[in-house]
Ligand binder design. Structure first.
Ligand code: ZN
Length: 439
């Protein structure tokens, strides 16, 4: 019997990631509540993360930790008693963070609380009311269209009270204190791509790196509710932010579209260039998009006072596929092969970022005197002498401990081999070291 090749392994990985999405999918997640804790327990089983918590009303930067929300039951019955919506059938039927309500309403009074998608009449939309006290029911538009005058019975049996706000975190220390932070949001109820796919891929990656070991940089995997989760985490880790070198935000990794990269705010950092070169090396199509301040938690990690190099890896960008934030973002929309492909790309990206070395000019205040060290002589008189000299000057100028060799090559317009040659010459002369060995 022949051992399974890479394709077979990928098939199995895809099936396992899809099965994990299927396990996470039905849970009633929101910013807080039992569904989030159930989710974290599943992720804990996968990768051994630690579950953390803050309490409601705790201040976090410019925000406060929200009340904890839980759902006992929620349904809507029509005038003749027919069940029109029930969270037991689909948790998207209830607007997230709906306050408790019980009563009979006529259709005109009910309508402002109903949400549907006229252009997608069979799908249930996803709505939340995190910061405004309200309640609402989400329905397929074909149901809303057929509603007749009469009395409707509404039960929204929820609790919204002081409690806990949870997230999960796994820190895998490396030889270096500096960190790569990989994060994904955990606050969405039953939608498979947004974001069971992100949780499945990130937790399996965390498990693989925990098992594999040997990484030089510390890897931190963070599973937190969107926006306020990142804000609470930042508020608690202000002293540690300086150790974070790269942030990778993961979401929407299972749809059939190609991978996409949302660049850092700067757009041409090591993180940007490494993501592009990893895709090129894998032969993976990668759609590149510039930074914008609208999106996932890159908004927090790239806020000016935090200013961490942050990219977002997803497949089809959020908001640009019709299934986004609807009941059609289901387990059929998410493909095992897309999940496996996203996983492999992010794994390779982390490996590449972990392996990166950053030259440091040891004589960086003013230029070192090259002639005294025989480095001009080493340039020789051949036709490449001019190029060799330029390579040396580019290396000396860009060896700031934060720039990788391929970036120096790209910036200089010289072949990478020429840059490497200059690095070796400068190293031999004692003028160049490596950031990783100096920390
Ligand atoms: Zn979303």
């Amino acid at each position: 019997m022949t051992p399974p090749g890479p394709a077979a392994t990928n098939d199995q990985l895809g099936r396992e990631l899809h099965a994990l999405c299927a396990e996470l999918y039905p849970l009633f997640r929101s910013l807080t509540g039992e569904g989030v804790r159930q989710t974290l327990r599943i992720l804990q089983r996968v990768c051994g993360l630690d579950v953390r918590s803050a309490v409601s009303h705790e201040p976090a930067l410019d925000w406060t930790v929200p009340l904890e929300w839980n759902v006992r039951e929620a349904w809507l019955r029509g005038p003749s008693g027919e069940l029109l919506a029930d969270v037991r059938r689909h948790n998207l039927h209830l607007v997230g963070y709906s306050v408790p309500f019980r009563g009979r309403l006529d259709l005109d009074a009910l309508r402002p609380h109903l949400h549907s998608l006229p252009d997608r009449p069979d799908w249930i939309p996803y709505r939340t009311t995190y910061w405004a006290r309200d309640w609402g029911v989400c329905l397929p538009h074909r149901v809303v269209e057929r509603l007749e005058p009469g009395l409707y019975e509404v039960v929204v049996d929820t609790t919204l009270e002081p409690g806990h706000f949870n997230w999960g975190e796994l820190l895998l220390p490396g030889m270096l204190r500096e960190e790569i932070l990989i994060t994904t949001h955990i606050c969405h109820p039953s939608m498979a791509n947004d974001n069971c796919s992100g949780m499945a891929v990130a937790s399996r990656l965390a498990a693989e790196f925990a098992r594999r070991g040997g990484h030089r940089r510390s890897l931190r995997f963070l599973f937190a509710p969107g926006t306020v989760g990142a804000i609470v985490w930042l508020a608690r880790h202000l002293d540690e932010i300086r150790h974070i070198r790269h942030v990778i935000v993961l979401a929407g990794l299972g749809d059939p579209g190609p991978l996409s990269l949302k660049h850092t705010r700067d757009g041409r950092l090591e993180l940007d260039e490494t993501a592009v070169s990893v895709a090129r090396a894998r032969g993976t199509a990668l759609i590149e998009r510039p930074f914008s301040p609208y999106g996932y938690d890159e908004r927090q990690y790239a806020s000016p006072g935090v200013n961490l190099p942050t990219i977002v890896i997803q497949r089809t960008p959020f908001g640009t596929y019709p299934q986004y934030h609807t009941s059609a973002d289901d387990l059929e929309f998410v493909r095992p092969e897309s999940l496996a492909d996203s996983y492999a790309f992010v794994r390779d990206l982390i490996l590449e970022l972990d392996a990166a070395r950053h030259p440091v000019n040891r004589c960086s205040i003013g230029e070192p005197q090259l002639g005294r060290r025989g480095l001009y002589a080493a340039l020789g008189g051949d036709s490449h002498a001019q190029e060799r000299q330029m390579a040396m000057l580019w290396v000396l100028n860009l060896a700031d401990g934060r720039t990788i060799v391929s970036q120096i090559a790209a910036r200089s317009g010289l072949p990478e081999s020429r840059i490497t040659e200059a690095i070796h010459a400068l190293e031999r002369a004692g003028l160049l070291g490596w950031a990783e060995e100096m920390r």
